[in-house]
Ligand binder design. Structure first.
Ligand code: ADP
Length: 300
């Protein structure tokens, strides 16, 4: 495995085009076309995975993952289906705790603190490290209530109307819904529902947002809006995204982790991190042959 941190993010413009969005010049973040540049990100790791393996019962689904998650940056996880991307993503906010029989070995730290330490409350972890799921999942409540819900249960102090507006504005949804806040969240389009879920997540002011294939249920226009929004969100938040769409990883992320599944001597498949690097470098000069084959579409 060649997993290595990659120093400071590049400031050199690396423009990529994607077959899915023809004639659109897409920059890696910090450089997104048509968007004002984000403030200089520190790029310091806010989270670190160190030798993380995740088990479902006796099955080791992912082995020994070591990876930094850098602040105010977007880290993408790519790789073929079943290689453990979602499993590793869930280990970052203890969502695997909710799966009977799941167990995490190794260390996941947040600001240097082990999030699996005995005295750590997983609910507090999830408050700091929020999650957006593949399928938009608004509650069957009004748009306003969808956003206010987390604020109420977390007893966050402040003016509720202002906090709801702030979250909806942050999720680039306010202008579209400000006159119908009492309408059901379920009545929105798929893309709007996903932005509502992002508003719900940011309403409780996390530092890190995990996104598990957030655009896979959306059309290309809605996907583009979420991608633009992700870039905007890095002004405040750190994002980790699992995507099966390599072009999306190339478009939106600063760093990419490529996973694959290896078959052991007992013919059991285990997910492995193959390579982690600057997105621009991983897509143009991968160091591992498996990464090169994957991004060239030769497998997976
Ligand atoms: P990916 O996100 O890369 O598609 P996953 O993390 O979903 O991969 O899955 C990695 C492996 O763990 C797969 O073999 C999958 O079948 C297994 N797995 C995932 N979730 C569970 C679960 N809840 N219970 C048992 N096995 C699981």
């Amino acid at each position: 495995m060649t997993s290595h941190g990659s120093g400071n993010p590049t400031t050199e413009e690396k423009v990529m085009t994607t077959p899915e969005r023809p004639n659109v010049q897409i920059s890696t973040p910090g450089l997104a076309s048509g968007t004002e540049a984000a403030p200089e990100a520190t790029g310091e790791p806010i989270m670190n995975l160190s030798g993380v393996s995740v088990y479902y019962g006796g099955y080791e689904a992912v082995r020994g993952t070591t990876l930094p998650i850098r602040q105010n940056q977007i880290t993408a996880m790519i790789g073929p289906s079943g290689c453990g991307k979602s499993t590793i993503l869930r280990s970052l906010n203890r969502m695997n705790d909710l799966i009977p029989g799941a167990r995490v070995a190794g260390k996941v730290s947040y600001h240097g603190h082990d999030i699996y330490a005995k005295d750590v409350d997983p609910i507090q972890v999830r408050r700091h490290v929020g999650m957006v799921f593949q399928k938009p999942n608004p509650f069957p409540k009004s748009i306003y209530e969808n956003v206010a819900y987390g604020i109420k249960i977390n007893r966050i102090k402040g003016n509720m109307d202002d906090m709801v507006e702030e979250a909806l504005t942050g999720a680039a949804l306010w202008e579209e819904v400000k006159d119908k806040l009492k309408t059901s969240g379920m009545a929105l389009s798929g893309g709007q529902q996903q932005r509502l879920c992002i508003a719900r997540t940011i309403a409780v002011k996390p530092e890190v947002i995990l996104m598990d294939e957030p655009c896979s249920a959306l059309d290309p226009i809605a996907t583009g809006r979420i991608e633009d929004l992700m870039y905007e969100l890095t002004r405040i938040y750190t994002i980790v995204i699992v995507t099966h769409n390599m072009q999306q990883a190339a478009r939106v992320s600063h760093y990419t982790a490529f996973f694959t599944a290896e078959v052991d001597e007992n013919q059991v498949r285990h997910g492995r991190l193959v390579e982690f690097d600057d997105t621009s470098k991983l897509f143009t000069k991968p160091t591992d042959k498996r990464t090169e084959d994957y991004i060239a579409g030769r497998f997976g």
